[in-house]
Ligand binder design. Structure first.
Ligand code: NAP
Length: 291
C-alpha cells in the first residue's frame, strides 16, 4: 500500500474552497507528501499558504479545458470537488471529466449530493448529470453523495439570533447534516483507499430535526431559540417579504420540502465506514463551530 502511495500523484480541485482546503489538510495528515499533492485552484493568490507547505499549486478554471488538462497531467487520483456556480456546472464538470480522460487520471472521487438519483432539489440536476458523465467516462469513480453541511445552519446564526427562531417549512423532517471536516476526511480516505468498498457512498451524520437543531444551537450558544414551522406558502411569502426574488424563494423552499420529505436523511454508516470512527454528533459539531 505504501509503495502505491509513493508512486501516486493526487489532486484536489476547489482546493481554496472550504471543503477542498480541509481535504488537502486531511491528505497531508494521512501521510501524503506535499510534493505528491496538486491543489487545483482558479486563483493562485488564494493558495499561497498551500504553496508554502510544499503543495503543487496549478491554476485552472473549470471553464478552461486546456488549463484543466495541464493541471491534471501526471495525476493518478483526483478529488473532484463540485463547483459552486450552480447553473454553470454542467459545462464546467464536463470539462473536468474530459480533461481527466485526456490525461492520466485513474480514479475520480466526486462530491455529489444525497440520494442524487431521486433528490428533488434543483441542486441535484447538475450532480445527476455529472454522475452520468463520470459513469460514461470509463474512469474508476467513487461518488460521495454528501448530505447537508452543519455549517449551512451555523452560517445563519446571526439571523436566528435576531429573530429568536429557526424558521422553516421542514416539519418533522430529519437532515443528516455532517461537518465539512468529516466530509473532507471521508473524501481523503476514499481517495487513498487501495480498493474502496463501494463506487457510491451516501454520506451524512447523525440526523436531526429542525426543532432539535434549534434546541441544541440555542443551548450551545446561550441563546433562546426555537423552531417555527410554517406552511410552505407562508414560508415562501416570508422569503419574498424579506427581499428574495421569486426564483431564490422557490429554490430555498425546495430545500425545505426536500428536508421535510426526508430526502437529506441518510444513515451515518457510510460516513463512519470511511472515517473509521463515529461521525461528529450535532452538539459536538455546533460547539466546535460556534460554541
Ligand atoms: N452539502 C452541502 O451542504 C453543500 C453546501 C454548499 C456547497 N456544496 C457543494 O460542495 C462544494 C464544496 O463546498 P464548499 O463549502 O467547499 O464550497 P466553496 O467554499 O464555495 O468552494 C467551492 C470551490 O470551488 C471552486 N470553484 C468554483 N467555481 C470554479 C470554477 N469555475 N473553476 C475552478 N474552481 C471553481 C472555488 O474556487 P475559489 O476558492 O476561487 O472560490 C472553491 O474553491 C460546493 O462547490 C458545492 O458544489 C455542498
Amino acid at each position: 500500500m505504501q509503495l502505491g502511495r509513493l508512486m501516486s500523484l493526487f489532486a484536489v480541485t476547489g482546493a481554496t474552497g472550504h471543503l477542498g482546503r480541509l481535504a488537502v489538510s486531511s491528505l497531508l495528515d494521512r501521510g501524503v507528501a506535499p510534493s505528491d499533492l496538486v491543489a487545483v485552484v482558479r486563483d493562485a493568490s488564494k493558495a499561497a499558504d498551500l504553496a508554502a507547505r510544499g503543495v503543487q499549486v496549478r491554476v485552472a478554471d473549470y471553464g478552461d479545458p486546456a488549463a484543466l488538462e495541464a493541471a491534471f497531467t501526471g495525476v493518478d487520483r483526483l478529488l473532484f470537488v463540485s463547483g459552486s456556480e450552480a447553473g454553470r456546472r454542467e459545462v464546467q464538470h464536463r470539462n473536468v471529466v474530459a480533461a481527466a480522460q485526456a490525461t492520466s487520471v485513474r480514479r475520480i472521487v466526486y462530491t455529489s449530493i444525497a440520494r442524487a438519483d431521486t433528490n428533488s432539489t434543483p441542486l441535484a440536476v447538475e450532480h445527476r448529470l455529472t454522475e452520468q458523465l463520470l459513469r460514461d467516462s470509463g474512469i474508476d469513480t467513487v461518488l460521495l453523495r454528501n448530505s447537508w453541511y452543519v455549517e449551512n445552519y451555523t452560517a445563519q446564526l446571526p439571523q436566528y439570533r435576531a429573530t429568536g427562531a429557526v424558521v422553516g417549512a421542514a416539519g418533522e423532517g430529519r437532515v443528516a447534516a455532517a461537518t465539512r471536516g468529516d466530509y473532507a476526511e471521508a473524501a481523503a480516505a476514499a481517495l487513498l483507499a487501495d480498493e474502496p468498498r463501494a463506487a457510491r457512498y451516501e454520506l451524512g451524520g447523525p440526523a436531526f430535526t429542525m426543532a432539535e437543531l434549534a434546541a441544541v444551537l440555542g443551548d450551545v450558544t446561550g441563546t433562546d431559540l426555537a423552531y417555527r414551522d410554517l406552511p410552505p406558502a407562508d414560508f415562501r411569502a416570508g422569503l419574498l417579504a424579506a427581499g428574495l426574488d421569486e426564483g431564490t424563494a422557490d429554490f430555498v423552499l425546495a430545500l425545505e420540502l426536500a428536508t421535510a420529505a426526508g430526502e437529506l436523511d441518510v444513515p451515518p454508516t457510510d460516513l463512519e465506514e470511511l472515517l473509521g470512527r463515529p461521525a461528529t454528533d450535532l452538539r459536538t459539531a455546533l460547539t466546535e463551530l460556534v460554541g
